[in-house]
Ligand binder design. Sequence first.
Ligand code: GTP
Ligand code: MG
Length: 297
Amino acid sequence: MTLIENNDHKAKSILNTLYPRTGNAWRIGITGPPGAGKSTLVEKLAMECVKHNLSVGIVCIDPTSPFSGGAILGDRVRMSSLFLDPKVFIRSMATRGSLGGIAKATKQMCDLLDAFKKDIIIIETIGVGQVELDVAGIAFTTIVVLVPEAGDSIQTMKAGLMEIADIFVVNKSDRDGADKMVMEIQSILEMKDFDRIPVVLKTIGTEGKGVTDLYKSILEHKDYLKVTNKIKQRMQSTIQTEITEIVQEHIDKQVWRNPKIKLALNRFIDNIINGRQTPYHAADKIYAIWKKLGRKI
Ligand SMILES: Nc1nc2c(ncn2[C@@H]2O[C@H](COP(=O)(O)OP(=O)(O)OP(=O)(O)O)[C@@H](O)[C@H]2O)c(=O)[nH]1
Ligand SMILES: [Mg+2]
């Protein structure tokens, strides 16, 4: 896992060897604002899975400190009761500057856990922004965790939130305003067009209340995706994104490490500053240089 996370030269061959063993695990993404209770719910949800004799892999994404480059890795502390459980494996990952709430190698980490025959994989995004959306690209079931106090701000929440959630959870429903929050989410959902309207649930993470219902809702959603064959669409789009990203990385390396292009880039930057060229013109030229070089290879 560390080799994969560090993009070591062995990473590709490890992933190639293990990939054929993947395809069994159900991947669940959990996102939501900071402190909403994501880790608390992940812990309780994992315990529920273990109760049903399922093995669980957990990937927690922690923010990377812009100062030290290290991660805080605080989520693991909240999941202490799982450490000794042989059916549960927890891996923390640092974002290392990547945006969107998940680390670059998160998908690969899930593939590894899948290859190691975990039945359920839970991915917890960082809670730095409002709600991080990228996790929906790699999860089959996406859970958005909110709290009662978020009621007034839900209208202004990040665009896309309503589209990515398969299940909404209003956690901390021991506090005032939980029912109001549930109603508000439902009223927004009613205005949209869905093949399947997302479920809205109330939980109290610290007490484990509502977690059994959450578990059942996940299974229902899984059945829905399988019966309608929508799971195929989700997998297709995940794989397409992954391939696109890998190719993009190759291209980026080829282009920007090329000495001819480096030289041209510096010249163009000067030209742009001196008003002799526009960035669009420069980009066209760089693309043309790269194409010409490509033909020689
Ligand atoms: N009152 C109440 N507190 C809760 C509940 N669930 C979690 N908490 C508390 O909320 C705080 C934050 O919980 P976490 O599980 O760390 O939240 P998180 O969303 O993972 O936080 P980040 O990963 O830092 O974004 C902790 O002190 C929890 O004990 C709940 O249902 N009710
Ligand atoms: Mg957390």
